[in-house]
Design a protein around this ligand. Structure first.
Ligand SMILES: [Zn+2]
Length: 123
């Protein structure tokens, strides 16, 4: 691998150029410290997408979709290195998942309550 600054040839594993000391561009080897975007951080941001989809399917469609939108933003923000933004989006996704679950539960309770009331007081 050649130094982008001075052209000195360096071993592929070199982090800094042996002649001028410039940081070497590194092939992503799973610990991409040289890229300025640590891959461990990218992995650390869970996107809650599975929960968002479950919430949409089984609980509350409108709020579930909001959760999916935020969950989708997590990956795109993490991909461009916006870790703080990705965490924000993940937190929003989780919040809307809970809102969906809560509303879903409320609907179920309401439905069960109406059925019971209908059975008790109906006819
Ligand atoms: Zn150099």
């Amino acid at each position: 691998m050649f130094c982008p600054k001075c052209g000195q040839e360096n071993p592929d594993s070199a982090v800094h150029c042996s002649r001028c000391g410039a940081p070497m561009p590194m092939i992503d080897q799973g610990f991409g410290q040289a890229t300025g975007m640590p891959s461990t951080q990218r992995v650390a941001v869970g996107n809650n997408l599975v929960w968002a989809i479950l919430a949409t399917l089984f609980c509350c469609l409108p709020t579930g979709i909001v959760a999916i939108v935020y969950a989708a933003q997590v990956d795109s923000k993490a991909a461009v290195g916006d870790v703080a933004g990705a965490r924000d989006a993940a937190r929003n996704a989780a919040t809307w998942c809970w809102v969906s679950f809560g509303l879903g539960l409320l609907f179920v309770l309401l439905y069960v309550g109406l059925v019971i009331m209908g059975a008790t007081f109906g006819r």
